[in-house]
Design a protein around this ligand. Structure first.
Ligand code: HAM
Length: 414
C-alpha cells in the first residue's frame, strides 16, 4: 500500500524537476522576506493554523467565496467549529487583540505561513499555499498605504522579478459602499436574466463581486451600470488622490482599475493587486491587499485603522521561473572526504568532526575505498572540494584537496 499527499498540496524537497518545490529556493525566498521585514520595522506574529470558524465568518465575510465554499471547516471532538485559516489577516488581528498588543509602541506586523482553501487545484492554485502577509495598524495616513504597496513591490524587485503590473482602486467607506450596492442591485435586478449563473447568485449574496466577473455577458451589462466613483465621499477621493500622487512621486507605475473589488468583505478605501504581466491565465494575481479600517473594532479590538497585503509565494516563485530568474541551486558541502582504506576512514571521520567544529560543511564517503566512485559521489553531491585520504597521505600526515570546479589539487597537513 502506498500513500499519496492530499490533492492540492505539494512537498518541498531538496531536488525536484519543478524548481519552486526545492527547499533551497524556499530558503532564498524566506531570507528575502525576513530581511525586508526588518528593513520596514515589521515584527512577527505567528498565529496557529486553525481558529474558531466564527472569526472568519465575521471578518472575511460569510457570503464570500472563500468562507462559503473554500474553507476547511470541521468540528473538533469537543463539538466546536474550527477552520484552517484561509488567509492571515483575521488571525493576526485576533492575536493582536488577544495579546493586548495595542499597548506596544509599534503596530507593524508580518508573517510567512501556510493558508488553506478548498479550491479546484491547478498551476498556481493549491489547497495548502503560502502567504507573506503584512499588516500595519493604527495609521490612516496615505503615506502608509504607499509604504505598504512599496514593501510589496520591493520584495518582487529584490527577488529579481520584473514583469508585473500594480492595479489600484478605492472602494470608499462603508456608507458610500452601501449606497452604491443598493444602486447596483437596482440596476442589475432589471436585467437579472442576462447575468451568468454565478453573478445571479452574487446579486443576492455579494453584488460588488459581479464587477470582477470574467464573463463577457456580465461585463457587457456592467458597461451601463452605475459607477462606484459617483458614490464616493470627498474624503475617500482625496485620500485616494494623495495615494496616487505619492506613488507618482516615488516613480511607481500603476493602473487604476475601477473594477478591482477584491474577494474579501473587510476592505474599504484603497485596495490593490499585483498581477504577473506575462501570464494570461486567470491565476495571475501575485498578491493583493488594502485598507480595512473598522475591522479591528468589529473583532472586539480598539477602533483603529489597518492596512496590509498577502503575497502568494508559490505564484511569485513560478513567475520568477517564467522570467528565468530562479536562483541557482545551492552548492553541496564544502568538503567531501574520500578515504581509500579502513585506517583512512577513521582518520577521515575525525577530520569530518574537525571541519564541522570549525563551522565548515563536510561529508564522509563510506561506501567503499575506490577513488573513482568517491569522486563521482562528490560531483553528484555538488561538493566544492574532494579531500582524498590514501595510504600515502596517511604516511605523510597530509591530505590531498581537489577543487572540483577548477580541478586543481593541493596538499595540506592532516
Ligand atoms: P487574497 O487576495 O485572498 O488576499 O490572497 C492573497 C494572495 O494569496 C493571492 O493574490 C494569491 O497570490 C494567493 N493565493 C490565494 N489563494 C491561493 C491558492 N489557492 N493557491 C495559491 N495561492 C493563493 C488575502 O488573503 C488578504 N488576507 C490579503 C490582505 C492582507 N489584505 C490585507 N491584509
Amino acid at each position: 500500500m502506498s500513500y499519496q499527499r492530499v490533492k492540492g498540496s505539494y512537498d518541498i524537497v531538496p531536488t525536484s524537476d519543478e524548481a519552486w518545490k526545492e527547499s533551497a529556493f524556499w530558503h532564498f525566498i524566506e531570507n528575502h522576506v525576513h530581511t525586508l521585514a526588518k528593513k520596514y520595522a515589521l515584527e512577527e506574529i505567528r498565529p496557529p493554523v486553525f481558529e474558531y470558524t466564527d472569526l472568519f465568518l465575521r471578518s472575511v465575510g460569510s457570503e464570500t467565496d472563500i468562507v462559503s465554499k473554500e474553507m476547511y471547516t470541521f468540528e473538533d471532538r469537543g463539538g466546536r467549529s474550527l477552520s484552517l485559516r484561509p488567509e492571515l489577516t483575521a488571525s493576526i488581528l485576533r492575536a493582536y487583540i488577544e495579546n493586548g498588543l495595542q499597548q506596544t509602541p509599534s503596530q507593524r506586523y508580518y508573517y510567512l505561513g501556510s493558508c488553506f482553501r478548498y479550491e479546484r487545484s491547478q498551476k498556481g492554485r493549491y489547497r495548502q499555499f503560502t502567504q507573506f502577509d503584512v499588516e500595519i495598524l493604527g495609521d490612516k495616513d496615505p503615506t502608509v498605504d504607499v509604504e505598504v504597496i512599496s514593501c510589496f513591490l520591493e520584495l518582487l524587485t529584490n527577488l529579481g522579478l520584473e514583469k508585473y503590473t500594480l492595479k489600484i482602486n478605492t472602494l470608499g467607506d462603508l456608507i458610500s459602499r452601501k449606497n452604491y450596492v443598493t444602486a447596483l442591485k437596482e440596476y442589475l435586478e432589471t436585467k437579472k436574466h442576462l447575468l451568468s449563473e454565478d453573478s445571479q447568485r452574487r446579486l443576492v449574496t455579494n453584488p460588488m463581486r459581479i464587477l470582477d466577473s470574467k464573463e463577457a455577458s456580465d461585463q457587457a451589462l456592467l458597461q451601463e451600470a452605475p459607477s462606484l466613483r459617483e458614490f464616493l465621499s470627498r474624503e475617500t477621493l482625496s485620500h485616494f488622490q494623495e495615494v496616487c500622487n505619492l506613488l507618482d512621486s516615488l516613480g511607481i507605475s500603476y493602473q487604476i482599475d475601477e473594477k478591482l473589488v477584491r474577494g474579501l468583505d473587510y476592505y474599504i478605501d484603497t485596495v490593490f493587486e499585483v498581477v504577473a504581466s506575462d501570464d494570461k491565465g486567470a491565476q495571475n494575481a501575485l498578491g493583493g491587499g488594502g485598507r480595512y479600517d473598522g475591522l479591528l473594532k468589529q473583532l472586539g479590538g480598539p477602533d483603529l485603522p489597518g492596512i496590509g497585503f498577502g503575497i502568494g509565494i508559490e505564484r511569485v516563485m513560478q513567475a520568477l521561473i517564467a522570467e528565468g530568474k530562479a536562483p541557482l541551486r545551492e552548492s553541496g558541502p564544502q568538503f567531501f572526504i574520500i578515504p581509500l582504506s579502513k585506517e583512512a576512514k577513521t582518520a577521515g571521520f575525525l577530520l569530518l568532526q574537525k571541519y564541522r567544529k570549525e563551522g565548515k560543511s563536510a561529508l564522509l564517503f563510506n561506501k567503499n575505498f575506490q577513488i573513482k566512485k568517491g569522486l563521482q559521489a562528490a560531483e553528484a553531491m555538488h561538493a566544492q572540494e574532494a579531500v582524498i585520504l590514501g595510504e600515502e597521505e596517511l604516511e605523510k600526515k597530509v591530505i590531498t584537496i581537489k577543487n572540483l570546479r577548477t580541478r586543481q589539487e593541493r596538499k595540506e597537513s592532516l
